[in-house]
Design a protein around this ligand. Structure first.
Ligand SMILES: Nc1ncnc2c1ncn2[C@@H]1O[C@H](COP(=O)(O)OP(=O)(O)OP(=O)(O)O)[C@@H](O)[C@H]1O
Length: 480
């Protein structure tokens, strides 16, 4: 049994489960109501590894669900080729953000947009459909001229978005998507694609070297816009890129989170934008069950993680840590003990990163240890578990660490995508970590339940049960 000393709250675990400090009964009631959140995206009725059968159409018929919409894709005035692409991807109906954002995005003259919607609710398709609809591919010259530029904070996300645009536009003749991420070997002399996706630093470099020509650009998208604008380096690069684009460019900013101070900044970056915003307490995805687990210290965290290995490999899982060093250490220890785990951090070379993420997407690697580099945007539908090995935190030298709610939300949002269900477990090994987790819980006015038992067979059974039936709450209030 985890000790109270571990989190140092002075409360019994029982109290913490039944009355988490910041959790409201509303939050848990809402989660109870959302029985439908077990559904799976893609086809209308699917069966997961856990033998869950729920209809996506049920979710999309519920006005309170972010996947709800009254319209069909046909109603949004998209071209037959694009509609064909959506059918091939088995997108039957738009989600709420797609239904709301698209008419505003497609309107002429083009208007800027700041769009917010919960993780995994289809923001990529929302901006992709706008891009595809605005492309002119009639002449050779136009086909070679970059007309839309998408910036993302990581190489993996830029590649993923490039893949979605290619797939959605695959019935459009002459569409091609160029990548502007750090490349090894010889660079092309020109990036001649109507759509370019990349990371800000490389894009800036390619523009400066006139490899990427921007005079025909019509749309600029910043995915994970709050993160891009908030980080000193990335933010500066985004501003410099934008300054080199035609003044008429339509600026589209999307994210699941826009903190107040960033919203103000975003409004400057995308002036006179149409805004779609969510309230703080609307941000959590109901299909994701959130738990914490008390650990005595760092070594105990590691031992617990190893105990979880069986559970982590039932489907796919992501383990988030704060530093590259921790990621490397855990990977090494687990590998030595005979477990198969992959690791991806910013320190890994580009082509190897591509291989690792592709292996994870294809299910060749099932457990991925990573840092915040992959906390945002990555969409791998088989991920049913996210572990916060370290609580996401803000760290400034000389100041106490504080919880980082935005990063927490993005990390746990790697599971529970488009109506699927998932479990997020945060490891708590000190009073400081406990406080940070409570800050996060309070910020979202959500419920993070404690796992009381240390009987791992029991935990495994319960996690599987939760994934099967997220309505079954309170399962973890079991003392060993
Ligand atoms: N209308 C739709 N019907 C069915 N599936 C959809 C639809 N729209 C998107 N999806 C699927 O939902 C998943 C999540 O979409 P996406 O990655 O765009 O989410 P997001 O809102 O950008 O999330 P995040 O904030 O985490 O980046 C993807 O696998 C995508 O293929």
């Amino acid at each position: 049994m985890a000790s109270d000393q571990g989190s140092g709250t002075g409360k019994s675990l029982e109290e913490r489960i039944t009355k988490p400090e910041a959790a409201s009964t509303d939050a848990s009631d809402n989660a109870n109501k959302d029985g439908a959140s077990q559904a799976l995206g893609g086809s209308d009725l699917q069966e997961s590894e856990y033998d869950v059968q729920v209809k996506l159409s049920d979710l999309q018929a519920d006005p309170n669900n972010p996947l709800f919409s009254v319209k069909s894709f046909e109603d949004l005035g998209l071209s037959p080729e694009i509609l064909q692409g959506l059918v091939a991807m088995k997108f039957l109906k738009p989600s709420k953000i797609q239904e709301r954002a698209l008419p505003l995005l497609l309107n002429n003259p083009p208007t800027n947009m700041i769009g917010q919607s919960q993780s995994g609710t289809g923001k990529t398709a929302a901006f992709t459909l706008n891009i595809l609809s605005r492309l002119q591919l009639d002449t050779e010259e136009n086909r070679k001229a970059p007309q839309a530029l998408v910036l993302a904070p990581s190489r993996e996300l830029a590649r993923q978005i490039g893949g979605v645009i290619t797939e959605m536009g695959r019935f459009m003749e002459h569409l091609s998507v160029g990548m502007a991420v750090p490349m090894e070997g010889k660079r092309p002399s020109r990036l001649e694609h109507p759509v370019v996706c990349g990371t800000p630093g490389t894009v800036m470099d390619l523009i400066k070297k006139r490899i990427l020509i921007t005079n025909k650009l019509k749309v600029l998208v910043l995915d994970e816009a709050d993160n891009m604008l908030d980080q000193q380096g990335l933010g500066d690069q985004c501003i410099r890129v934008k300054a080199l684009l035609p003044k008429t460019v339509q600026v589209v900013l999307f994210s699941a989170t826009f903190d107040d101070h960033i919203r103000h900044y975003a409004a400057k970056f995308a002036p006179n934008a149409n805004e779609i915003a969510l309230k703080q307490e609307e941000l959590t995805v109901e299909g994701i069950r959130q738990f914490y687990l008390d650990c005595n210290n760092d070594e105990d965290k590691y031992n617990v993680l190893v105990k979880f290995y069986g559970l982590l490999t039932v489907s796919s899982s992501i383990i988030f840590v704060e530093t590259r060093a921790t990621a490397a250490e855990i990977r090494e220890r687990m590998t030595k003990e005979g477990h198969t785990v992959a690791m991806l951090t910013g320190g890994v070379e580009g082509s190897i990163r591509d291989q690792i993420i592709d292996d994870f997407r294809e299910g060749r690697a099932k457990v991925l240890i990573t840092t915040n580099v992959l906390s945002r945007g990555i969409d791998v539908s088989t991920v049913s578990m996210v572990i916060n090995y370290d609580i996401p935190q803000h760290f400034k030298p000389g100041q106490p660490r504080t919880g980082d709610p935005q990063t927490y939300l993005h990390r746990i949002g790697r599971t529970g995508r488009f109506g699927r269900v998932g479990v997020a477990i945060s490891f708590v090994s000190s009073k400081e970590e406990w406080q940070m987790l409570m800050e996060i819980q309070k910020y979202f006015n959500t419920l993070i339940e404690g796992i009381q038992t240390r009987d791992w067979d029991e935990v495994e059974k319960l996690v599987k049960k939760v994934i099967k039936n997220p309505r079954a709450r309170g399962d973890f209030a079991v003392t060993s």
